[in-house]
Design a protein around this ligand. Structure first.
Ligand code: PLP
Length: 393
């Protein structure tokens, strides 16, 4: 790692991991699939791990290493493993810790496919799972079984904005030697650092805040300890979940402005949340920055800020919500979040439509729930757009 560990977050976001190449200010894109060896013995030393040379881009590439080192530095972990998507990150973690006969405990409201794959794919390989409301620590404790091999949290949760006590859950898990993974996509390391709170592994869909510009899909996993890092890296390499150098380069560029993007987006989100909470057509709003959020105190303690994702529902239910979503102009009716542009979507028919209605309802993903990802546009324009859409007849 080419950085002073004592530097502030903003400085690390700009510089961490950078590789000086012929004096370049920016690490170049090493657009190459393979790397030549000096001689046969050099090749053998690279393969055996005796020497740290690059071999082949699926295994490692300097542009990808830069991103991995940067995010690992920001999360305070031993090392990062960049992968092709957020879902590749989720599956890297699942495959590293779960195998036939093992059991997962997870929060009931997760990013749709993170729960979906546990219900549709992993049972084929003999992996069991239990989904509970992990905002209540006791529920996690009660769900742990003899064969529980991973506790998986996502906080704030997608799309219900439920918040889990990372520190308390890690304590319970570690008493039983069970690793804990936190999907930190909604916060980014700027607002929340799960490894410092006790988690063993943290992951991101870098598609969201880390890249932040809605122009790539990608993921990363960071492990606190070398042993887990090695396990995760082996899954990435052997399953072919690797990131591409160009994707890594764009992501590293986006990451440089994470702190200022996040500050602006969450400042906007707070104003939007207050606007919605005071609007006569709005039934409820869930945003960790509002005192009305059920885990407001925990959010204050665990997160440096409330982020920029909001869930809300209109008094007119699904029909009123559809009318609103069909009448926005500045906001884009689209899935995803954490970008510079404001996005609005309907989880029950979009991101969480693959779950059964029963699973959705029990996790609080009601048909009327709307998810808003607030961008960095001018706040007056965002509020005017939402206000007009709410007034549309
Ligand atoms: C988007 C998202 C994912 C999946 O990421 P992709 O990059 O779309 O594969 C996982 N977790 C959370 C919380 C997300 O928002």
């Amino acid at each position: 790692m080419h950085i002073d560990e004592n530097m502030g977050f903003g400085s690390k976001a700009v510089h961490a991991g950078a590789i000086d190449c012929l004096g370049s200010a920016v690490t170049p894109i090493f657009q190459t699939s393979t790397f030549g060896f000096r001689d046969v013995d050099h090749g053998a030393r690279c393969f055996s791990g005796e020497e740290n040379g690059y071999i082949y881009t699926r295994i490692g590439n300097p542009t990808i290493t830069e991103l991995e080192d940067a995010v690992a530095s920001l999360e305070g972990g031993f090392g990062g493993v960049a992968v092709s998507s957020g879902m590749a990150a989720v599956n890297t973690v699942y495959m590293a810790f779960l195998s036939q006969g093992k059991h997962l405990v997870a929060h009931n409201s997760l990013y749709g496919p993170s729960r979906g794959v546990m219900e549709s794919i992993y049972p084929k390989y003999g992996v069991e799972s239990t989904f509970v409301d992990a905002t209540v620590v006791e529920n996690v404790k009660n769900a742990i079984k003899e064969n529980t091999a991973l506790i998986y949290l996502e906080t704030p949760a997608n799309p219900t904005m439920g918040i889990m006590d990372i520190e308390a859950i890690c304590k319970i898990a570690h008493e039983r030697n069970i690793p804990v993974c936190v999907d930190n996509t909604f916060c980014s390391p700027y607002l929340q650092q799960p490894l410092a709170l006790g988690a063993d592994v943290v992951l991101h869909s870098v598609t969201k805040f880390i890249n932040g510009h809605a122009d790539i899909v990608g993921g990363i996993v960071v492990a606190k300890e070398k042993e887990n890092y090695t396990k995760l890296r082996s899954i990435m390499v052997n399953m072919g979940f690797n990131m591409d150098p160009h994707q890594a380069w764009l992501t590293r560029r986006g990451l440089k402005t994470l702190p200022i993007r996040m500050e602006r987006a969450q400042e906007n989100a707070m104003k939007v949340a207050e606007f919605l909470e005071n609007h006569p057509k709005v039934e409820w709003v869930l945003y960790p920055g509002l005192k009305s959020h059920p885990q407001y105190e925990l959010a204050q303690r665990q997160m440096k800020g409330a982020g920029s994702t909001i869930a809300f529902s209109l008094k007119g239910g699904l029909e009123a919500g559809k009318k609103m979503m069909n009448n926005v102009h500045l906001a884009l009716l689209a899935v995803s979040l954490g970008g510079i542009e404001t996005l609005i979507q309907h989880p029950a028919s979009m991101t969480h439509s693959k779950l059964s209605k029963e699973a959705r309802e029990s996790a609080g993903i009601t048909d009327g729930l709307i998810r808003l990802a607030v961008g960095i546009e001018n706040i007056e324009d965002i509020i005017a757009d939402l206000s007009n859409a709410l007034d549309a007849e």
